[in-house]
Design a binder for this molecule. Structure first.
Ligand code: C5P
Length: 209
């Protein structure tokens, strides 16, 4: 099967030297790419800026901003049988990027942000993707309710939820612990394990159910 996986953060420029981003390391998405490839699948990995090496034998597409990730997904998603959206896409970008480095002249500076496109939310409605669709939900509270809401709103077959308020797992950690919510109402908990092991179990689960 052919997989399309998004990974890492996006980076939204403020001026030529500064940007807005988040703490995503890309480890979970890269682990998923590796697990899918090891299971014999073809993988296109669309990645924001991360500091981990490219996984072998995957088609790696590097992007910076959410808009670039949106475009990269849009032109490739319909070649995929399975799409997994693991990237921590910035919800907002700077409305007017300064052409020059912003100087330290004023006591206060106001940056106006505008909403980025929802890539996962566009998969069914705008891109017309009919394959298996998997989203991630990084929650700090009401994990199940938020994940189930996302599952329905975005037309996902699965949502993988993790609790990002915990410091021992998730963002920038090597370990994770997740709950998989499926559109058929079933739930599967994957107890704390390395991201490689979690990735392998996720790939198996979404293909067999
Ligand atoms: O709604 P929320 O941002 O929490 O949803 C997270 C899921 O949506 C993740 O799978 C993430 O990769 C995806 N997403 C996206 N485009 C955005 C925001 C989130 O694809 N602009």
């Amino acid at each position: 099967m052919r997989f399309l996986i998004t990974a890492g953060p996006t980076r939204e420029p403020i001026d030529p030297v500064r940007y807005l981003s988040n703490r995503s390391s890309g480890k979970m998405g890269y682990a998923l790419a590796k697990a899918a490839r090891n299971a014999g699948h073809e993988v296109t990995l669309i990645s924001g800026p991360v500091s981990i090496p490219a996984p072998e034998s995957t088609d790696l597409v590097r992007v910076e901003t959410a808009v670039e990730m949106f475009d990269a997904v849009k032109i490739r998603i319909n070649e995929a049988d399975v799409a997994i959206f693991c990237a921590a896409v910035a919800d907002y970008r700077i409305k007017e990027i300064s052409a020059e480095k912003i100087k330290k002249n004023d006591e206060e500076v106001t940056l106006t942000l505008m909403q980025n496109p929802d890539i996962l939310g566009s998969a069914r409605s705008e891109f017309g993707f009919t394959g298996r669709l998997v989203g991630f939900a990084a929650e700090t509270e009401n994990v199940e309710a938020n994940a189930r809401g996302k599952l329905e709103r975005k037309g996902c077959d699965f949502v993988v939820a993790n609790d990002v308020s915990r410091r021992d797992i998730g963002f920038d950690r090597d370990a994770n612990e997740v709950i998989l919510f499926a559109a058929d109402g079933s739930t599967m908990r994957l107890d704390r394990a390395s991201k490689d092991e979690i990735a392998k179990a996720i790939i198996q689960h979404i293909l067999t159910r």
